[in-house]
Design a protein around this ligand. Sequence first.
Ligand SMILES: C[S@@+](CC[C@H](N)C(=O)[O-])C[C@H]1O[C@@H](n2cnc3c(N)ncnc32)[C@H](O)[C@@H]1O
Length: 253
Amino acid sequence: MTSGLDCASSRIISPAYRSVSSANDFIVADDEKYGNKQIISVTPRLYDYILQHVREPEILRQLREETAGMRGSQMQVSPDQAQLLATLVQILGAHRCIEVGVYTGYSSLAIALVLPESGCLVACERDARSLEVAKRYYELAAVSHKVNVKHGLAADTLKSLILNGEACSYDFAFVDAEKRMYQEYYELLLQLVRVGGVIVMDNVLWHGKVADPMVNDAKTISIRNFNKNLMEDKRVSISMVPIGDGMTICWKR
Ligand SMILES: C[S@@+](CC[C@H](N)C(=O)[O-])C[C@H]1O[C@@H](n2cnc3c(N)ncnc32)[C@H](O)[C@@H]1O
C-alpha cells in the first residue's frame, strides 16, 4: 500500500481518497466520497502498458517520430487519443469531418485513414510550415483526396463553411487549437455538425490546472469557463474523458 501523496496524482488525492496499490506499478484511489468507486491513476508504467495496446498504423508512427524532433511536438495528440478519435469516427460511420488545429497532421491523419474513400476531412491550420509536413504524410498515406486543407484562421474557415450552406452537414469535429477560442469554435461547430454528430474538445483538463484554484492565467480561465458552460449546455450530451490532457466528447442532441 502506498501513502496518499506519493505520486504524480497527489493533486487529486484528498483525505476523501485512500490510495491502495497491489503491485506498486499503479495507484487506485478509493473514493469514499462517491460511493467507494475505485479510480485508477495512470502512472508511467501503466501508460507504457496502455501504449503497448494501441494499434498505431505504421505511417502514424513515422509521422510521430519525425515530429518528435520538431518545435511544438508536445502539442501532438498521443497515440491512444488518436486511436479514440479514429474509433469514434468509425462508430459514427462518419463521412464528413472537421479538424481545428492540424499541426503536422497526426490526429487528422488518424481520422483520414479510417474515413471511407468518399469521406472528407476539412483540416484547419494557420501555420504553413507544419501544414507542409501534414500534406506530405497525407500523400504518403494515400489519403490526400479525403483531406481538404484550409490554411488560415480556423474561425474564419468555419464561418465560411456556414456561409457556404454547410450547416448541419458534418458528422464529426475535433478541436485542438487556440484555447481562448474554444467557446467560439464550439458554437460554430455546433452549427456545422448534424444532430447525432460529435464534437471532441481536446485539453479540457489543461495539465490539471483547471482544478487548481491557484492557477488563473487567461488560457486556464478560458478552458475552465468553457467546461462550466458545457455542463449547462442542454444542446449536447457530454463525457469528459481523462485521456491525454483530457478530452470532452459532445454528442449533439
Ligand atoms: C495542439 S496543436 C494541434 C495538434 C494536432 N491536433 C496533432 O495531433 O498533431 C494546435 C495547432 O493549432 C494551430 N492553431 C492555433 N490557433 C489557430 C487558429 N486560430 N487557426 C488555425 N490554427 C490554429 C497551431 O498552429 C497548432 O499547429
